[in-house]
Design a protein around this ligand. Structure first.
Ligand code: SAH
Ligand code: SF4
Length: 358
């Protein structure tokens, strides 16, 4: 019988399989809080149970095969799955640790971990490397959560240290809603990684019907929309999914989405030189977001080999931001972390393949 990836199981599912059921809680704590890498290391389990676990379950579904560290502290991981496919994740430290005169820690580093949800992607956006290779398969819930577990373990990030998760790596999370929503719940288990759903952001290219489904699940997660264009003609060229789900349908789905009253929906806007960096687009964006509690995140296009688009000029991005702010729209410019380490999704994998070819 094929072994089961134990990370694919919620604590409730595990407690159905492993009796007595309190063992599930212990196993969860060993895996997600004490970071053990073998069943044998789960000291408070009877040896008979450890043997059964060893025979029937997989504990390490991912292997780090490449790691790049950026000067700004971000780290990009390339993981191999058990079937040989590869996916990427990025660790982004958000704040430097600071010590006061007495050597006491006053500011802890905050971490954001960017994770993948699929091997490849079906959506095929013109600017994105992940889409170029087509789609291979969905990740299971355990392959999704394992990325965070591996990164916490590899960086000795204390079990109780706050971590935010963004589903902005490879793949379209809402095209794998079943496994992604399961991962959201496993992440938030208090005997596991204990990452509240309010610290998890799902980013989507705008599959309106799936946004509606996700909303009905009422998980309490944050939503990010990769908008990137304000009219359907341009958006269709950049993101073929816009043929099936146009801008209006996305805006309507966002308006119906349940959001914590203290939070906002994030609209990501990838700025490409001469394509969507003009003041006219900024004006249209303000109109489009009218009545939505939103926050716009401007992202510099990150060029990759063979890409037809270019990184925008800083002055145009700043002017774009200024227009939004002047018209009452909250807008930040994403600091381009890890530019020296193939930061955008798909780029590390691409490099690995290129190296392979050389
Ligand atoms: N499929 C989802 C989530 C993964 S992509 C989505 O599209 O939202 C995460 C983000 O990376 C998206 O906003 C996407 O537009 C952006 N991205 C893709 N290629 C990029 C590039 N070359 N430079 C900068 N951002 C890029
Ligand atoms: Fe897929 Fe997102 Fe890349 Fe588009 S931007 S191809 S949806 S991963």
């Amino acid at each position: 019988m094929a072994k089961i990836n134990i990370l694919d199981l919620s604590k409730e599912e595990l407690s159905e399989l492993i009796r007595p059921s309190f063992r599930a809680k212990q196993i969860y704590q060993w895996i997600y809080q004490k970071y053990v890498t073998s069943f044998d290391a789960m000291k408070n389990l009877p040896s008979e149970l450890k043997k059964t676990l060893e025979e029937s379950y997989i504990l390490n579904p991912l292997k780090i095969i490449r790691l790049e560290q950026s000067a700004d502290g971000s780290k990009k991981y390339l993981f191999a799955l058990l079937d040989g496919n590869t996916v990427e994740s990025v660790l982004l430290p958000m704040k430097k640790e600071q010590v006061d005169e007495d050597g006491k820690l006053v500011h802890h580093t905050k971490y954001t971990i960017c994770i993948s949800s699929q091997v490849g992607c079906k959506i095929g956006c013109a600017f994105c490397l992940t889409g170029k290779d087509g789609f291979k398969r969905n990740l299971t819930a355990g392959e999704i959560t394992s990325q965070v577990l591996m990164i916490k373990r590899d960086n000795n990030i204390a079990e109780n240290r706050r971590v935010n998760i963004v589903y902005m790596g490879m793949g379209e999370p809402l095209d794998n809603l079943e496994n992604v929503s399961k991962a959201v719940k496993i992440f938030s288990d208090i005997d596991g990684l204990s990452i509240s759903t309010r610290r998890q952001t799902i980013s989507t290219s705008g599959l309106s019907s799936q946004i509606e489904k996700l909303g009905n699940m009422d998980l309490g997660i944050l939503l990010a929309i990769s908008l990137h264009a304000v009219d359907d003609v341009l958006r269709q060229k950049l993101m073929p999914i816009n043929k099936a789900y146009n801008i209006e349908s996305i805006i309507n789905a966002v308006k119906a989405f349940p959001i914590d009253t203290r939070k906002r929906v994030m609209f990501e806007y990838l700025v490409m030189k001469g394509i969507n960096d003009d003041q006219q687009s900024a004006k249209k964006l303000v109109k489009l977001l009218h009545g939505i509690k939103s926050k716009v995140n401007l992202i510099y296009f990150n060029p990759h080999h063979g890409s037809e688009f270019q990184r925008p000029n800083e002055k145009d991005v700043v002017a774009f931001q200024q227009y939004l702010v002047d018209h009452g729209v909250l807008c930040t410019i994403r600091q381009s972390k890890g530019l020296d380490i193939s930061a955008a999704c798909g780029q590390l994998k691409d490099k690995e393949q290129l190296n392979g070819k050389c």
